[in-house]
Design a protein around this ligand. Structure first.
Ligand SMILES: Cc1cc2nc3c(=O)[nH]c(=O)nc-3n(C[C@H](O)[C@H](O)[C@H](O)COP(=O)(O)O)c2cc1C
Length: 369
């Protein structure tokens, strides 16, 4: 019912306004709703769906359900108080960078409804890590909280400078105990000035340099690397092999955004008219799913896989789980289907697990033969 109201009445109104403004509006409203127990209880009553079969402990962290908010929606930690009531099982803040960056020239967001996709042109917009940490400041969190760290969007002469910038963020974040896990975002497709660098993180040498430097920082919480979408299976496995030598790397998130406009999942007219940026949602789904299968097949339990890309329904999430994902993240499905969809996805997942005879989600991970 709530989903129907969102899709038929609220969404058509919201979609009349620029996507950037609607995003800001939602962050403000979400932050406000999270301040009061009354509004949180009300949201919980309508949205939250709990089920024991969805509870799991992954790399030492307890999750009440496997559906998390992906990096890219709550850049500046505005939604810590409200997201648990909406029904998310975990929540990533960011991507945050060491220094602030106002973002690329507007529009930073766009919609491609026929393609069930969003255009993203933020370029690591961030208020800077110090300001984000001050904002979080010991707030009580109800679900696991992660921080996605990327390099400040500024010109670099060589990769070592970029690595130093990332390490500075980790050093600062590690001093606080707010975060249950970290994400290392190496795969943002719209950063400036990386084209000129000799080594990059999408090659084994560059990624090795980064992980080597990070290995001296004593990262004592699980770290997930946010991976590229448009690398071949072979190149992806080569990057995984580099990570395999570093115990502090707990797993991967597959994947980041689509850059390739010839992706067949796009509506032709929509993609021809799209502005500058990269794309989320359904066009990411198939490639992501194939990468999950390939990496799970090779590494089984060595890496935890977080499946992310084009999840709109419980069946979409279940597909990723059966291919080897232990956890799921999403953004675009929530924008198109409404916030009540998080609870709906959890409900549908629990039904699908039961139908297949699984008592717990962990039994279904990688169950495709
Ligand atoms: C508006 C927007 C901003 C994003 N910004 C980031 C980001 O800062 N860091 C990151 O790792 N991924 C970012 N992403 C990618 C998402 O985390 C996710 O990988 C991608 O959107 C696929 O998931 P979805 O189809 O559920 O949206 C962004 C996505 C969207 C839609």
């Amino acid at each position: 019912m709530i989903r129907l109201i969102y899709k038929k009445i609220i969404k058509p109104i919201l979609f009349l306004f620029p996507a950037d403004d609607v995003h800001t509006y939602f962050l403000k409203k979400g932050s406000l709703l999270g301040r009061f127990n009354f509004s949180k209880s009300l949201v919980k009553k309508f949205f939250l769906h709990k089920n024991e079969s969805l509870e799991e402990n992954v790399v030492g962290i307890d999750f009440t359900n496997p559906i998390g908010l992906a990096a890219g929606f709550d850049y500046d930690a505005d939604l810590i108080d409200i997201l648990p009531s909406v029904g998310f099982g975990f929540h990533t803040i960011g991507t945050v960078t060491y220094l602030p960056y106002a973002g690329n020239p507007k529009p930073m967001l766009g919609r491609l409804p026929q393609s069930k996709s969003l255009l993203v042109n933020k370029g690591f917009k961030s208020m800077g890590l110090l300001s984000v940490l001050k904002k979080i400041n010991k707030r009580r969190k109800e679900i696991p909280l992660g921080l996605s760290i990327g390099s400040t969007n500024q010109p670099y002469k060589k990769i070592e400078e970029m690595i130093d910038d990332i390490c500075a963020s980790f050093q600062m974040a590690l001093r606080e105990d707010y975060f249950d896990y970290f994400e290392l975002n190496i795969s943002c497709p719209n950063l400036i000035n990386v084209e000129n660098l000799k080594d990059k993180f999408d090659e084994p040498i560059g990624l090795g340099m980064l992980l080597n430097k990070l290995s001296y920082l004593g990262i004592n919480r699980p770290l997930f690397i946010k991976m590229y979408l448009e690398k071949s299976e072979e190149s992806t496995l080569k990057l995984c092999e580099v990570a395999n030598t570093y115990k502090f790397v707990s797993g991967f998130i597959f994947s980041n955004l689509v850059k390739d406009r010839s992706n067949p999942a796009f509506d032709k007219e929509e993609i021809e008219n799209a502005g500058r940026g990269n794309f989320s949602g359904k066009p990411t789904e198939k490639i992501t799913n194939n990468l999950i299968s390939a990496v799970y097949k090779k590494y089984k339990d060595r890496f935890v896989i977080i499946g992310c890309g084009g999840v709109f329904t419980g069946a979409d999430a279940y597909e990723k789980i059966k291919r080897g994902a232990t956890l799921i993240q999403m953004i675009t499905g929530m924008i198109y289907e409404g916030p009540s969809q998080i609870g709906n996805i959890n409900k549908e997942l629990a039904t699908l697990l039961k139908k297949d005879g699984y008592k717990n989600i962990k039994e279904a991970v990688g169950s495709y033969k």
